[in-house]
Design a protein around this ligand. Structure first.
Ligand code: MFK
Length: 215
């Protein structure tokens, strides 16, 4: 997918990325207002799942949301030609789908990212939803594979162990690495912890290098 980092040592097939389009990081991070837009939309997501306004306010909000959608709709662009997902200077690379975390380390020895789960990510009883942890790990494993100089790979399996309730609005750290390479197979693992090292979840996955033209 995204070829966004310079590598000094690359896998021999690094330039082959299956059938993925090759596209680059956006050096402008979407321009001067894009980060602000993404953050405002994330706040709207938080509020959309946590407010109970009266019907007249909901109607007003719906009209404004519809107007925003109508404003943006004419600018739909092909994959790799919009800043979401390519704005590596923004939390979650500027993609609303990704957790709004910040990559602190990205090299062949592994990737570390820090951030918080927000109100939008809540499951039950104040804790993070179980489904957002695999999202965090899966994206991290994609980055780990990429940072290790492996060609773009897809997740064959992803196993998460939920060790402790994951809190919201609490600074957390996720860090992982390549454990083993076997032909097309890259075995990776990672841990989600509190800053004091308390383990919240760990995960392991198999990333499989795509064959030429493979989607
Ligand atoms: C900077 C950011 C960069 C981000 C990069 C993007 C990362 C994206 C990560 C993802 O989330 S991808 C989305 C979730 N994954 C998928 O949708 C994958 C769907 N599955 C497939 O497309 C194919 O199954 C796959 C390409 C993964 C593998 O199919 P292949 O037909 O190419 O391979 P094959 O089935 O022959 O398996 C290759 C090897 O892996 C092994 N394998 C495959 N799946 C396995 C599995 N689930 N468990 C254990 N082993 C498995 C398989 O046995 C075999 O081992 P050997 O080479 O030793 O014989």
């Amino acid at each position: 997918m995204q070829v966004m980092t310079e590598h000094t040592e690359r896998d021999g097939d690094y330039e082959h990325h299956g059938g993925f389009p090759v596209y680059a990081a956006d050096p402008d991070n979407g321009g001067p207002h894009f980060g602000r837009l993404v953050e405002a939309l994330r706040t709207v997501q938080d509020l959309a799942v946590s407010t109970a306004p009266p019907p007249e306010v909901i109607a007003q909000a719906a009209e404004q949301a519809e107007a925003l959608a109508a404003l943006l709709a004419p600018y739909t662009a092909p994959e790799g030609h919009y800043p979401a997902g390519r704005s590596v200077g923004l939390p979650g690379r500027g993609s609303l789908l990704m957790l709004p975390w910040t990559v602190e380390k990205f090299d062949r020895t592994g990737v570390r990212s820090t951030g918080v789960f927000r109100r939008y990510h809540m499951g039950g009883n104040g804790a993070a939803h179980g489904g957002v942890l695999p999202l965090l790990f899966d994206d991290l494993f994609g980055m780990i594979t990429h940072a290790a100089g492996r060609p773009i790979s897809r997740t064959g399996y992803l196993h998460v162990n939920y060790r402790k309730i994951t809190p919201l609005e609490t600074p957390l750290v996720v860090e992982g690495r390549v454990d083993r390479v076997d032909g097309r197979k890259t075995f990776v693992s990672a841990r989600l912890t509190e800053p004091d090292g308390t383990l919240l979840a760990d995960a392991e996955a198999l990333m499989i290098v795509l064959l030429p033209g493979q989607p």
